[in-house]
Design a protein around this ligand. Structure first.
Ligand SMILES: *[C@@H]1O[C@H](CO)[C@@H](O)[C@H](O)[C@H]1NC(C)=O
Ligand SMILES: *[C@@H]1O[C@H](CO)[C@@H](O)[C@H](O)[C@H]1NC(C)=O
Ligand SMILES: *[C@@H]1O[C@H](CO)[C@@H](O)[C@H](O)[C@H]1NC(C)=O
Ligand SMILES: *[C@@H]1O[C@H](CO)[C@@H](O)[C@H](O)[C@H]1NC(C)=O
Ligand SMILES: *[C@@H]1O[C@H](CO)[C@@H](O)[C@H](O)[C@H]1NC(C)=O
Length: 335
């Protein structure tokens, strides 16, 4: 780190300490529920699907998946569809991903015990997409058949989403973030305090500061086997665990306004190119986790069990509110 960077980190740490010591309750900004859009009525099928578990995104709760649940039930009446009440609203932002993953895994087990099923599908939105992907590679006894990721933040985030998402909630609690740009925020997000407090910090992947990310990210760097110290892939058998699923479906859209870059949803990412001094797009197939088949992505792809659907003109929340999108890009994969 340069002297300037060290100073920035030091100032940041002091600010964090001050913030954390104030016991003031969090004030809340929660985006309001959208009106249900007009839809086509699907032909119902007589057969229920395997149970479908839904996992919501950050700063909302499990009821944000109500439309999607209803779409599934309209098409396949009798299906068990549960939107898991994992950490919600503020909790989904102000808990580290590792803790949320543990709770998620418990809720899956509870649902299986309560309803008495084994095999099931997972449909997960946004931050939930990364949570579910991590579940699949960390939990050897999972019984997931089809995993659908809806604009999942699979390969990290680098960009401020605007006031429709976590930005406003975070800045309300930490006002000093207001005047920081995406390029500067790593100095805050890669501190131990933020890694242990803010979910977004856990998957913040700054292409200009990849060494910091590898060293300090306490979630994404683990799940992508980017850590400099521990071979998590071997320790937890990522590949073997993931390959228990049947199919992985990755849905996203260039018009997504929240996931930055939107192509993180497809495991592509930014790469800093020093010769042009610019960020370029590096595709999934060039990512080291793909090349080394760290969590089975290459195998899924080779065996045609990986489906990437880049759908134009879909905004972030539309994935969970537009019935046509369910009928076209989710239902055909479920059984
Ligand atoms: C739902 O998605 C379909 C397919 O992308 C699109 O044609 C339609 O306009 C969307 N409906 C609404 C209300 O946005
Ligand atoms: C959200 O979770 C609660 C239980 O905590 C449940 O009663 C409710 O039905 C869930 N919402 C959906 C859409 O499944
Ligand atoms: C951000 O910068 C503006 C203009 O430079 C300043 O007026 C404002 O007080 C700053 N906000 C915070 C929270 O530091
Ligand atoms: C994971 O990372 C470790 C440490 O960098 C490396 O030794 C190991 O080969 C990687 N595992 C896979 C499956 O690529
Ligand atoms: C996306 O939406 C814009 C504006 O509504 C429209 O002009 C454009 O044709 C759409 N693109 C696609 C590929 O549907």
């Amino acid at each position: 780190m340069s002297q300037q960077e060290s100073a920035l980190v030091l100032i940041t740490m002091m600010m964090i300490a001050i913030m954390l010591s104030s016991s003031q309750a969090l004030s809340i900004f929660i985006p309001s529920q959208q009106q249900r859009p007009p839809t086509v009525i699907p032909e119902p099928s007589s057969k229920p699907l395997l149970p479908v578990l839904l996992m919501h995104g950050v700063t909302v709760d499990n009821n944000s998946m109500t439309y999607l649940r209803d779409f599934i039930l309209e098409s396949n009446p009798g299906t068990i569809v549960l939107s898991l009440p994992c950490e919600d609203r503020l909790g989904s932002l102000f808990h580290p991903m590792a803790e949320q993953l543990e709770l998620f895994a418990q809720l899956v087990e509870q649902a299986k015990a309560q309803y008495g099923f084994r095999d099931h599908h997972l449909i997960c939105h946004s931050q939930g997409g990364l949570l579910c992907r991590s579940y699949l590679q960390m939990y050897p006894k999972h019984t997931v058949r089809v995993f659908v990721s809806l604009s999942g933040v699979q390969n990290g985030e680098f960009g401020i989403p605007g006031d429709k998402s976590w930005e406003i909630v975070l800045k309300d609690k930490f006002p000093f973030l207001w005047n920081m740009t995406a390029d500067e925020i790593y100095a805050v997000f890669y501190t131990d305090a933020f890694q242990k407090l803010v979910s977004v910090a856990n998957y913040w992947k700054d292409p200009y500061h990849m060494d910091s990310y590898r060293q300090h990210s306490q979630f994404l760097a683990i799940m992508n086997n980017d850590s400099t110290t521990v071979d998590y892939a071997s320790k937890y058998h990522f590949r073997e665990n993931m390959l228990r699923i049947d199919k992985m479906i990755l849905n996203g859209s260039p018009q997504d306004e929240i996931i930055k870059p939107y192509f993180s949803a497809f495991f592509d990412y930014y790469k800093y190119d020093s010769s042009s001094n610019a960020l370029v797009t590096e595709s999934m197939k060039l990512q080291s986790f793909y090349i080394n088949d760290v969590f089975g992505l290459k195998t899924l792809d080779r065996e045609k069990r990986l489906f990437i659907q880049r759908v134009p003109n879909v905004t972030h929340k539309e994935w969970i509110t537009n019935q046509t999108l369910y009928e076209l890009y989710m239902r055909p994969f479920l059984y």
